[in-house]
Design a protein around this ligand. Structure first.
Ligand SMILES: Nc1ncnc2c1ncn2[C@@H]1O[C@H](COP(=O)(O)OP(=O)(O)OP(=O)(O)O)[C@@H](O)[C@H]1O
Ligand SMILES: [Mg+2]
Length: 414
């Protein structure tokens, strides 16, 4: 059951830091109470490379969110992504010594603990151990073994780990901004929490979050998470290509991309030209829209090809009946879902957070799927993961993060 409490979430992206405060209404709906957004700084390819700049950006966003909701943020759930993230599935087995008694919640915890025991290098740290399914004495998969009888219990879990240094640096920056870290959550798992439908997770779906400099993938199949990955390529590469080929300032390329750009070049665009800011003696120049979109199409197709290769590598490309759900700011590039459908040959749709009260035009977009998902995760998203897998809990790992039990104390009135 969800608890009525107020939580804060910090999404440290490569282009923006978003801090969101939310709670649960008496009807059980998630309500957004305050938002603070600041331009990101001190991040490279999703990982902190300048502690001071990142900390300052986080402080600004935290302050804005505090002003918006009239509360002081003491602790928060924080999102993580980047090329250092890796994941694997693992099985654990335990014996149930007394087969005359039903399997208990304790047994379930023990088998999850056993499945979560993997040898990882000392410079890596486990971030999530998510239950995927259970088997009682090797029978068919069951969603919850509690109450069943058997002498042996198996569990499969999905384990996400990251570089200790990246996790420590992120924690340091958030703490430096005066906020305790309650929990670290993989960003694409958070995005999935805010936009995926249960049926999509059951039938097979890949959440693809196309952000500023990282593209994160979370694959769900038969209701549970099956694979996660992070690719070091996203929207800033599109802007970079435009700025380089058109020889124009970065800001101008960014603006053109977001206002008139598209993921495909259409013959109808031939006659249309766009005025852009330029370097050199002329302060502006006219560029055919078709040319702009050709540049964007080439890089978009490359990113989608990398997503397809990753899904193929893990054997899921042909198994995703619900296809792709696209989130992140770059998913808003005009025509991107259509290009994704035709390149990968599977359905694709935009993923917007919905069903939350207090959503504004800004945070109701795919760019805020991660931020809203972090709030949802902190408030009860774990239970949503649990419901879909039928498991009791997601094993908290790491030791340095306080349990969600403390979230009720995460904020206090200013
Ligand atoms: N309408 C639009 N069309 C195309 N691209 C867009 C649009 N709006 C935003 N973007 C791009 O989205 C990217 C930012 O997305 P997002 O806010 O999801 O990134 P982030 O969370 O800061 O980064 P990351 O998740 O990679 O760490 C930028 O590259 C921006 O140019
Ligand atoms: Mg992001």
């Amino acid at each position: 059951m969800r608890r009525r409490s107020t939580v804060a979430a910090i999404d440290v992206g490569s282009t923006k830091v978003a801090v969101i405060v939310g709670d649960v209404t008496e009807h059980g709906d998630t309500r957004i109470l305050g938002v603070g957004v600041a331009p990101a700084a001190g991040l490279s390819r999703g990982v902190i490379d300048n502690i001071q700049s990142a900390r300052d950006a986080i402080s600004i966003a935290v302050e804005k969110a505090e002003q918006a909701c009239g509360m002081r943020i003491l602790s928060a759930v924080v999102g993580i992504s980047g090329g250092h993230i890796s994941s694997q599935n693992n099985r654990g087995i335990i014996a149930i010594p007394d087969r005359t008694r039903p399997i208990s919640a304790d047994d379930r915890s023990r088998v999850l603990e056993s499945a979560g025991q993997v040898a990882i290098p000392t410079n890596r740290q486990v971030i999530h151990v998510v239950p995927r399914g259970y088997w009682v004495e090797g029978t068919d998969q069951v969603s919850d073994p509690v109450g069943m009888f058997g002498g042996r219990l198996d569990a499969e879990v999905h384990i996400v780990s990251g570089a200790v240094s990246a996790i420590q640096n992120l924690t340091k920056c958030v703490e430096g901004a005066g906020v305790q870290v309650d929990d670290i959550v993989l960003e694409c798992i958070a995005s999935a929490t805010s936009v995926l439908e249960e049926q999509e997770k059951q039938q097979g779906v890949a959440l693809v979050d196309l952000g500023g400099s990282t593209t994160s993938i979370a694959v769900y199949d038969e209701g549970s998470i099956a694979h996660t990955a992070c690719l070091p390529i996203a929207g800033s590469h599109l802007t970079h290509d435009l700025a380089r080929v058109l020889r124009c300032p970065w800001e101008s390329a960014e603006q053109v991309k977001c206002t008139v750009g598209a993921a495909f070049a259409d013959p109808a665009m031939v006659s249309e030209t766009v005025e852009i800011q330029a370097f050199g003696t002329q302060s502006t120049k006219h560029v055919p829209l078709g040319h702009i979109c050709e540049i964007l199409q080439a890089r978009t197709e490359e990113i989608l090809e990398m997503v397809a290769l990753e899904l193929k590598r893990v054997g899921y490309l042909d198994r995703l009946a619900a296809g792709l759900v696209l989130t992140g700011g770059t998913a808003q590039l005009r025509g991107l879902p259509e290009v994704a459908e035709s390149r990968l040959g599977i359905p694709a749709r935009l993923g917007r957070p919905h069903g939350y009260s207090g959503l504004s035009d800004l945070i109701g977009t795919p760019a805020f799927a991660t931020s809203i998902g972090l709030v949802e995760y902190a408030l009860g998203g774990r239970e949503r993961v649990v419901e879909s897998t039928g498991a009791a809990f997601e094993v908290p790992v790491g030791g340095i993060f306080r349990r969600l039990a403390s979230l009720g104390r995460a904020l206090m009135p200013q």
